[in-house]
Ligand binder design. Structure first.
Ligand SMILES: *Cc1c(COP(=O)(O)O)cnc(C)c1O
Length: 427
């Protein structure tokens, strides 16, 4: 499969090229040249297939012959080796739990898939790649875990000192081997700026790539979630509406790719916190990026969502068309805490702040009689322990492996400026 840049000013590349480059040289996001729907027969009988078979069918065309079939099958199987259950919350609402992976957040799937693809492309170690990533919390842990021990790939993670939760910090600072954590004296935007500067710095000779949802190998496997949810629901429910707590809009955009592949999805709701660039755009058609505001759903504190351009491409850059298949609403921290309390009171389900924003999206959308709503639970509530316990007035159980993790010793290098980062990358 070939990919073109959505800025239309860079050469087309293969899947391998897109994975290694991350972003096109014209700073555009890569987009597949063709999207071929899967057969009706497959979709209608999807419950006859294993998750491994479904995921392989969904991703196959986007990789093409650049990874041999048996290797890709193995990569897919390793990527999704945990559960993706839809749990009933109300009569017409369920939650798709995406937090059963090793770092308890949905980003595990994309990180594991990308790590294995990059590992395959680099197996002869001829051309060492450094994955450079800035994190506000969840990405770092998933990337560190996914890439641990992958040959030919070094991972450098920048995170803002004192601004990630304890569990998140331990997930990215305790692994060692090919993973280095740089603790930045600053906020997330400083980390992000340093990473962007490094990508443009001709003085750094290492091959750098990104591991956020800009990268096609992290973005595309997120399609799997929607197929797995559909498989569990379609025999009972005809019209399925997904509400996706959104920050960079990679996850929801992957859901729209699943729809392009023929998965019958009635409607998408993108639920955001007060970082409402997209909800505003859906009101007045003006896209005005802002600087991000901190919230209790911090993995969605994004003022200029990078994947929104891919969504517009999927709807042929046609605003009227986009409006028919997609809605977007924004919610405050107060709304979010009230929703967490309401969900818990009504059904004893404990939602994390991101999932609660997704739930609010379904409420606002107002499901019709024959519609079934699914909100995505993108992280385990334990990752946001303080907020969840204080909001619900309730202790939550900490899984045994997280208790082990908390005991481990943190290893990080403190940096304060871009020069510190550059020096680290050069030496
Ligand atoms: C990253 C993240 C999101 C946002 O996902 P996008 O693909 O960036 O829209 C939502 N919830 C959690 C817990 C996350 O880690």
């Amino acid at each position: 499969m070939n990919y073109y840049s959505l800025n239309h000013n860079a050469p087309n590349v293969s899947f391998k090229g897109a994975v290694i480059n991350g972003l096109a040289p014209d700073r555009g996001l890569y987009f597949p040249e063709n999207i071929t729907p899967l057969s009706k027969d497959f979709i209608e009988n999807i419950d006859q297939y294993s998750n491994e078979e479904i995921a392989f069918k969904a991703i196959e065309q986007f990789v093409g012959d650049e990874i041999p079939k048996d290797v890709l099958q193995k990569i897919v199987a390793e990527t999704i080796s945990f559960e993706f259950p839809v749990v009933s919350v109300e009569d017409n609402i369920g939650t798709l739990e995406l937090f059963h992976g090793p770092t308890l957040a949905f980003k595990d799937v994309g990180a594991r898939f990308m790590a294995r693809c990059l590992g395959y492309f680099n197996q002869n170690n001829t051309n060492k790649v450094t994955v450079l990533v800035a994190t506000s919390g969840d990405t770092g842990g998933a990337v560190a875990n996914g890439f641990l021990g992958v040959n030919g790939v070094d991972v450098v993670i920048l995170y803002p000192s004192g601004k990630v939760s304890d569990i998140q910090e331990k997930q990215l600072t305790t692994l060692g081997k090919n993973i280095t954590a740089l603790e930045v004296n600053g906020v997330f935007d400083d980390c992000q700026d340093m990473v962007k500067t490094a990508f443009l710095d001709a003085g750094i000779e290492r091959q750098l790539t990104s591991a956020n949802s800009i990268n096609v190998a992290r973005w595309l496997p997120q399609m799997f979630y929607y197929f797995f949810a559909y498989k569990q629901l379609y025999k009972q429910h005809k019209d399925i509406v997904f509400s996706v707590p959104s920050g960079n809009f990679g996850n929801i955009c992957a859901g729209m790719m699943a729809q392009k592949l023929g998965l019958p999805i009635k409607h998408f709701v993108a639920a955001t916190n007060v970082n409402d660039t997209v909800p505003q755009f859906m009101k007045d058609g003006k896209y005005e990026p802002k600087s991000s505001q901190p919230t209790i759903s911090n993995a969605m504190d994004v003022g200029n969502p990078s994947n929104f351009i891919r969504i517009q491409q999927l709807f042929n850059n046609d605003f009227a068309n986009l409006k028919t298949g997609f809605s977007s609403f924004s919610f405050s921290d107060t709304d979010t805490k009230e929703a967490m309390t309401r969900i818990y009171k009504n059904s004893t389900y404990i939602a994390d702040p991101h999932g609660a924003v997704g739930y609010l999206g379904l409420e606002k959308y107002e499901l019709q009689a024959d519609e079934y709503g699914v909100f995505l639970e993108t992280a385990h509530p334990v990752k946001f322990l303080d907020v969840v316990e204080n909001t619900l007035n309730q202790k939550i159980d900490i899984p045994a492996d997280i208790q082990e993790l908390i005991k481990k010793e943190k290893k990080s290098l403190l940096i304060s400026s871009y020069n510190d980062l550059k020096e680290f990358l050069i030496n």
